[in-house]
Design a protein around this ligand. Structure first.
Ligand SMILES: *Cc1c(COP(=O)(O)O)cnc(C)c1O
Length: 364
């Protein structure tokens, strides 16, 4: 039995009829940008995130970049980001002309370490980005307090955490603003690129919307008040996301039960990344740590089981960012030990059992 890492065809199979309908209705009304589905999705997603505002944008990287621009982060500024994240977090900082200042992660959760973040702050620091990696919230209470103490903006990169909570707080509701991605493989994924900014600050939401729509005035579409750009959520993607949002909690529950089975059935030398007390993660990825990753990966490949590494090279050691020269031992060590097992709401118990059986057989 082969087990795919992520089978997007299977994820969408049950939704086929709803997706066909969504597609048809958008083709019929013809408002391919800014159609009624966009506003409906924005309202529903803001409510889902327990925030007052949502602005649909082109993708998750743009969401981060637009937040930074709207806050006024630019050349001469520094933004603290965790070393263990997808490159987009740091890219967004570079794109607005600021410098990413990498901080280390906690050894158990591999999420931004508030002490390391505090040590990275200096007089140039303008913002702090907490990344909810693998589907678990970073320590938003401590990061929020740290940002407040230094007068910084606190931004959440929630691209991997749609619906997650920590101490009851929803991903996206803790920072000044949060960025979401609807890349197809994310917990809430479009059929292409998409993203959103959520916030409780209506003025910030208005600025993001204006910047994402050529700097247009809200009152006169022919008046370009600022030099913006084009980064909007397509109506078609919004219609797809509306259909999928209604199933997100069910999908996240399924991810939780897959993870619970991994925890119960994996051999003890293959340890899932820790869940912090008070956290209710949504398991975007099933990341385990193992001393001999090469051997484990070979075993999985030989058994036709999909796997990945998120991420094999921490951000601060990537050629794009290594000029800054940070050394961050926890992230560097983890990068050599982590491995992502198949994870998806369409995984069956039998498939999870097969993955665990193959791993248990690897070192007996
Ligand atoms: C996917 C992702 C992004 C970027 O989202 P895109 O929609 O692909 O631009 C940013 N940060 C993290 C942590 C991500 O996983």
């Amino acid at each position: 039995m082969s087990v795919p890492f992520l089978d997007l065809k299977a994820v969408h199979h049950e939704l086929r009829d709803e997706l066909d309908l969504a597609w048809k209705s958008v083709v019929q009304h013809g408002h391919f940008l800014g159609g009624p589905e966009v506003e409906r999705f924005e309202d529903e997603f803001a409510a889902y995130c327990e925030t007052s505002k949502c602005v649909g944008v082109g993708n998750g990287t743009d969401a981060l970049e637009l937040i930074l621009l709207a806050i006024g982060v630019g050349p001469g500024d520094e933004v603290v980001v965790p070393a263990n994240t997808f490159a987009a977090t740091a890219e967004a900082v570079r794109a607005v002309g600021a410098r990413p200042r990498f901080a280390d992660v906690l050894p158990d959760t591999l999420l931004l370490d508030p002490d390391s973040a505090a040590a990275a702050i200096n007089w140039r620091t303008a913002a702090l980005i907490g990344v909810h990696l693998f589907g678990q919230l970073a320590d938003v209470s401590r990061l929020e307090a740290l940002a407040a103490r230094h007068g910084l903006a606190f931004i959440e990169d929630a691209a991997q955490a749609h619906g997650a909570r920590l101490d009851g707080r929803r991903a996206g509701s803790a920072g000044h603003a949060a960025a979401f991605s609807f890349y197809p493989g994310k917990n809430l994924g479009a059929l292409g690129d998409g993203g959103a900014v959520v916030t409780d600050d209506p003025a910030l939401a208005d600025r993001v919307r204006q910047l994402a729509n050529h700097g247009r005035s809200a009152r006169d579409r022919n008046c370009h008040e600022v030099s913006g750009r084009n980064s909007r959520l397509d109506t078609l993607q919004a219609a797809v996301l509306l259909a999928k949002l209604s199933r997100l909690d069910r999908d996240n529950d399924r991810r939780r039960s897959v993870m619970a089975r991994y925890r119960a059935w994996l051999p003890d030398w293959c340890t899932p990344v820790a869940v912090a007390p008070g956290a209710a993660p949504v398991h975007h990825l099933a990341v385990v740590r193992t001393a001999d990753r090469e051997r484990v990966a070979e075993t999985l490949t030989a058994a036709q089981i999909g796997w990945g590494v998120h991420y094999p090279v921490p951000c601060h050691l990537q050629p794009a960012f290594e000029e800054f020269g940070e050394r961050l031992p926890v992230a560097e060590r983890a990068a050599g030990e982590i491995l992502s097992l198949p994870m998806s709401p369409s995984l069956s118990d039998g498939e999870v059992a097969r993955v665990c059986e193959v791993l248990r057989g690897a070192r007996t």
